[in-house]
Design a binder for this molecule. Structure first.
Ligand SMILES: Nc1ncnc2c1ncn2[C@@H]1O[C@H](COP(=O)(O)OP(=O)(O)OP(=O)(O)O)[C@@H](O)[C@H]1O
Ligand SMILES: [Mg+2]
Length: 571
């Protein structure tokens, strides 16, 4: 119920539009009732073969309602679609605004296909809240009132019977069928979600699946989900049929009741047979208003489920909240890390445990250490993807939590071990780092990063996740982005990992060249050309175990010297 009210609340700015749509829905069905009543009147009157002039009013009525029904139905569609799209747009923007600050810390536990489904399908299904849940009951209530007045005008007893069968069709039948259908809509949504996750995994991981011969396995899982979904959809269709028959039954009950209670009035001459025929047809037409109600009740379930899935994400607290009054990014860029500690949620071992080091302005510090030592975690904390549990990082003497996280990220260029390229052109992938850059600047960045041959291919597609480029080219593209971003602080997190020795050598030269004068923090477990760094910080299991220049560390013959000898074949 809470979810439902929250969802309904979201559509509040559109309340007037929705009311208008409900009223027009009522006018459409009202026209239908008028059309059938006028037709019944016309046919029965004509059967008595009166003068043609006596039929005039009936003919006009049929014409009027026939045309108005079409026109009003058109207006109804127009308004309801318009409103629906406005609501959807608003919901999407609202959801995206809420999701963005959650990345990446709070989104780590959601699969991307699942998130996609939430953004696309769950929001789409919320459209029902307005179009199929809130509006039809209003229309049905108005139609019930109308029929009460129309039938009651001639016979109260008949009106009571009609009301009773309308209550059956409008309340009892929808509640019954919704009860029968309980879980069906929810099941279908869940299965669709599963299918989507499987399908995205299958497409993105096709090469892996091929290699491991698992394509058939995945296809089988997809088929299973499909079969389960089909069974549920069949059940939903059956229930739908049941609902239509029961509504028809209620309508026929109303007709029989009218005949039963009003025929004596015809016999006594209190009303004409023509009136009776008109009332019967009008009541039959009015039941059109009750058909969508089962959908209403069923959709509530699916909508609340979709709403729950959305609110689950909306309500997650972002890891990092920007300060109310952020400070300007400092002029000086010396970095001071003091006593930093951090543990990933769900982990029982700290990734960082009391880490301190510093990088002077324009200086170069290297962080080295075995895999899992916590090196990349320092990067994540520096760009405030996460907040440290203890300690602080300051730039130019200012704690970075006083800065606007976006300004901070603009001023720190990160080249990481995992460069994400978007499935767009090379130009668009570069513009990410500097949206205003001219083609001239893009070409220069490409040349500097050793990708001169891509200069003429700016409009080439980089492929899904950059698949059309080699690993080395992808890393170089990341360096080109770094050059374009032109930030005063540079963090290189294994920027040259996974490259062959020659390419690595060339890229290191490029990096040295392009990062001159900037404050550089370089993370690596490859101890290559370490003399370039002013200081080397050795990290092991989240702790700093040694620090000093390459020379001193070698001389002191500790962990670092051991690593170095191992890598240089002197172990
Ligand atoms: N998102 C995460 N959630 C939970 N644990 C994580 C996450 N990222 C890293 N860890 C864990 O934190 C520890 C430090 O990881 P980190 O990525 O900082 O290591 P690293 O030194 O960069 O290693 P590598 O050289 O392999 O890149 C590891 O034990 C890792 O398993
Ligand atoms: Mg790492």
């Amino acid at each position: 119920m809470k979810t439902f009210l929250r969802l309904a609340g979201l559509t509040r700015p559109f309340a007037w539009w929705m009311l208008l749509a409900a009223l027009i829905g009522f006018a459409t069905i009202g026209s239908g009732i008028g059309l059938l009543m006028a037709s019944a009147w016309l046919i029965t009157t004509a059967a008595l073969m009166p003068a043609l002039s006596a039929l005039q009013i009936g003919i006009t009525g049929v014409r009027f309602f026939g045309i108005s029904r079409g026109v009003i139905r058109y207006a109804e569609r127009l308004i309801s679609h318009n409103t629906t799209f406005r609501i959807l747009t608003r919901l999407r923007v609202w959801f995206y605004d809420a999701v963005e600050p959650l990345a990446p810390a709070r989104l780590a536990s959601y699969r991307s296909a699942d998130l996609l489904k939430r953004i696309v399908d769950d929001i789409q299904s919320l459209e029902n809240i307005y179009a199929r849940v809130l509006s039809p009951p209003v229309t049905a209530a108005l139609v019930t009132l109308l029929m009460w007045l129309v039938v009651g005008h001639w016979s109260l007893a008949a009106a009571e019977g009609v009301l009773a069968s309308q209550l059956v069709a409008g309340l009892a039948v929808p509640l019954l069928t919704a009860r029968l259908a309980a879980g069906t809509a929810r099941g279908i949504t869940t299965l669709q979600g599963e299918q989507q996750v499987l399908a995205v995994d299958m497409v993105q991981g096709m090469s892996e699946l091929r290699v491991f011969g698992m394509v058939g396995d995945y296809a089988e899982r997809l088929r299973e989900a499909e079969a389960k979904k089909l069974a549920l959809q069949k059940r939903a269709a059956l229930i739908e049929g049941l609902h239509e028959s029961l509504t028809g039954l209620a309508m026929n009950g109303a007709v029989i009741w009218i005949l039963f209670s009003m025929t004596p009035m015809v016999q006594s001459g209190a009303i004409s047979p023509i009136t009776l025929a008109s009332v019967v047809f009008g009541v039959m037409a009015s039941f059109e208003a009750f058909l969508p109600l089962t959908g209403s009740v069923q959709n509530i379930e699916a909508d609340v489920r979709a709403g729950d899935r959305l609110f689950e994400i909306i309500d997650a607290k972002p890891e990092v909240v920007p300060p109310a009054k952020p400070e300007a990014f400092p002029k000086r860029t010396d970095i001071e890390v003091s006593n930093l500690a951090f543990t990933y949620p769900g982990s029982d071992r700290p990734a960082l445990d009391g880490v301190s080091f510093s990088v002077p302005q324009g200086g170069r510090t290297a962080i080295v250490g075995p895999s899992g030592a916590g090196k990349s975690t320092i990067t994540s904390l520096m760009v405030r993807f996460w907040n440290p549990a203890q300690g602080e990082i300051s730039i130019g003497g200012m704690n970075i939590d006083k800065l606007d996280p976006e300004a901070l990220r603009r001023n720190i260029a990160v080249v990481s071990q995992r460069t994400y390229l978007f499935g767009q052109t090379i130009r668009e992938n570069l513009l990410l780092a500097a949206p205003e850059a001219t083609d001239e600047q893009l070409r220069r960045a490409l040349t500097l990063s050793g990708l001169g041959e891509l200069q003429s291919r700016l409009d080439d597609w980089a492929g899904q996740h950059g698949m059309n480029l080699s690993g080395g080219e992808r890393q170089r593209l990341a360096v080109a982005r770094m050059i374009l971003q032109d930030a005063p602080v540079i963090v290189l997190d294994e920027a040259t990992a996974n490259l062959d020795a020659l390419t690595e050598e060339a890229l290191l030269d490029t990096l040295d060249h392009t990062s001159k004068g900037k404050t550089v923090l370089a993370i690596t477990h490859n101890l290559h050309r370490m003399e370039r760094y002013d200081e080397v910080v050795v990290l092991h299991q989240g702790k700093v175990i040694e620090r000093g220049s390459h020379e001193t560390l070698l001389k002191s013959d500790g962990f670092y010297a051991g690593m170095w000898r191992l890598q240089h074949g002197q172990g």
